[in-house]
Design a protein around this ligand. Structure first.
Ligand SMILES: [Zn+2]
Length: 55
């Protein structure tokens, strides 16, 4: 049974070694996309609220 998967990047048939992509290039494209999307997310705000006891 050979189920033909398709590369989510370019739509070409995937290669077992590069699943779920068809090539190393598409793998990098997807990774780049993922990273780009990730950078849009707001960074975790490291605000440690320490109420001033002097006030
Ligand atoms: Zn591809």
């Amino acid at each position: 049974m050979s189920k033909s998967e398709r590369c989510p990047i370019c739509g070409a048939p995937t290669v077992p070694a590069e699943r779920p992509f068809c090539s190393d290039r598409c793998r990098h494209v997807d990774l780049h996309r993922w990273l780009t999307e990730g950078y849009r997310l707001p960074a975790q705000e490291d605000e440690s609220e320490q109420p001033d006891p002097e006030q």
